[in-house]
Design a protein around this ligand. Structure first.
Ligand SMILES: [Zn+2]
Length: 414
């Protein structure tokens, strides 16, 4: 805004009521778009914002394309403002893990590269670290591997505390940041996914529980759901369109559970009996544990027999105990490649299936029905192994079994 020039005689200012009405309408539209679907973006924005618009105008006719381009540009700017406002308010950007290294709510490190990756914490310099869920389970929760590699996909989740997620980060990378505090994460996986080619895949998702403080010092808790489903799928669209998938049902349930806990915290504050921070955190941690067991509970209804990992390990009939003898006795044709999981499959007698990583680490052993085996071969999810891969796999297996702890003794030349 420039001030009127004092040297020139002041002309009476021309006012256009119509133009003022247009400005008022756009102002109202921007406000309502920012509040759309309960968004709190306005709370994180300054009172005065600027929207820059181009008005292509045709003098002799109405060109609809121009109107559409105008609307698109306005909506895009409001969307950018919404993200800015929410990021400021929440201390994170929805769908991204904030990065202490780049000091950004979203950057090249903030999302997993594929639908099988989960968040495994921040690196010493504060970069989000993503891990393949099978790799993660192999080292942390091997008894859950059957949920992904068994006959059927069974959704499951692991709870990781915020202390564990931040445990490696050097203090200097966290100090002075305004990111929301991660209370913990649910690392969930095994959600069935129907892809375009009709082949079932599974999706892993990270549900991060974040804490911010209101100006009055009351903690506010929110979920941040992070996942990269295979293109063209997109997590928010999937959750909006398919209400009946196990994933959508679980997300909706755990959202409500957290809203319930948040209401309890806020109503206590309204009554003047504010919950100590320790108690609030305990409350939301119990929500995380409940969210985890919710997947187990749903599962138990379908599959009571094979539920308890402990029982299965003790079971002498469990296929794992046959893994070594089956692999040693296996023929070339019994060894297959799982193209979806990038694992090696060894078929044993009586429907026993042994799953290995390509470098010979035993993932799990399970019993498959003949139909399930046939189905995977017919759909070409399991394909014959190449000669070279077969040789390498056998060598790796022998090396691991024959010389435990002295793997480096054997020099390989190829
Ligand atoms: Zn980064």
């Amino acid at each position: 805004m420039s001030k009127p020039n004092k040297n020139r005689p002041k002309k009476p200012e021309h006012r256009s009521r119509a133009a003022e009405e247009i400005h008022k309408s756009i102002q109202g539209l921007v406000r309502s778009l920012l509040q759309l679907r309960g968004s709190e973006a306005m709370g994180g924005l300054p009172d005065e914002i600027e929207v820059n618009l181009r008005f292509p105008i045709h003098l002799s006719q109405n060109i609809h394309k121009n109107s559409r381009a105008f609307a698109r540009s306005l909506v895009q700017q409001v969307e950018a403002l919404r993200i800015e406002g929410e990021t400021e308010l929440y201390g994170h950007r929805s769908g991204h893990a904030h990065c202490y290294w780049c000091h950004q709510p979203s950057c090249e490190h903030s999302t997993p590269e594929d639908g099988h990756s989960i968040f495994s914490g921040w690196s010493p310099t504060g970069i989000p670290v993503w891990k393949n869920i099978t790799t993660f389970l192999l080292s942390e929760e091997p008894e859950l591997l059957d949920h992904l590699h068994g006959d059927q996909l069974k959704p499951m989740a692991v709870v990781v505390s915020g202390d564990a997620l931040l445990g490696d980060v050097l203090q200097e990378y966290i100090e002075g940041t305004t990111f929301a505090h991660p209370v913990g994460c649910l690392l969930a996986g095994g959600f069935p996914l129907l892809r375009g080619d009709r082949e079932m895949d599974h999706l892993a998702i990270t549900a991060m529980l974040l804490e911010t403080m209101t100006a009055r010092g009351i903690p506010k808790y929110r979920w941040n759901f992070i996942s990269t489903p295979p293109a063209p799928l997109h997590l928010p669209t999937m959750l909006g369109q398919e209400e009946n998938t196990p994933l959508a049902r679980w997300i909706s349930a755990i959202r409500s559970m957290l809203i319930g806990a948040q209401e309890a915290i806020e109503s206590r504050a309204r009554e003047g009996k504010r919950m100590p921070l320790k108690e609030s955190r305990k409350l939301v941690l119990s929500v995380m544990n409940e969210a985890q067991s919710l997947l187990g509970t749903l599962q138990r209804r379908h599959d009571r027999r094979t539920r308890h990992a402990d029982m299965r390990v003790a079971d002498p009939d469990r296929p794992t105990s046959a893994a070594s003898s089956d692999v040693l006795a296996s023929k070339r044709g019994d060894t297959l490649v799982d193209r979806r999981e990038s694992t090696i499959i060894v078929r044993g007698p009586h429907g026993r299936i042994h799953v290995f990583t390509r470098n010979g680490i035993h993932v799990t052993s399970v019993r498959y029905s003949p139909e399930a085996i046939l189905n995977r071969i017919q759909r070409r999810r399991w394909t014959p192994i190449e000669d070279h891969d077969f040789m390498t796999f056998k060598e790796e297996i022998m090396r691991r079994w024959n010389a435990p702890g002295s793997a480096q003794d054997k020099e390989e030349s190829s």
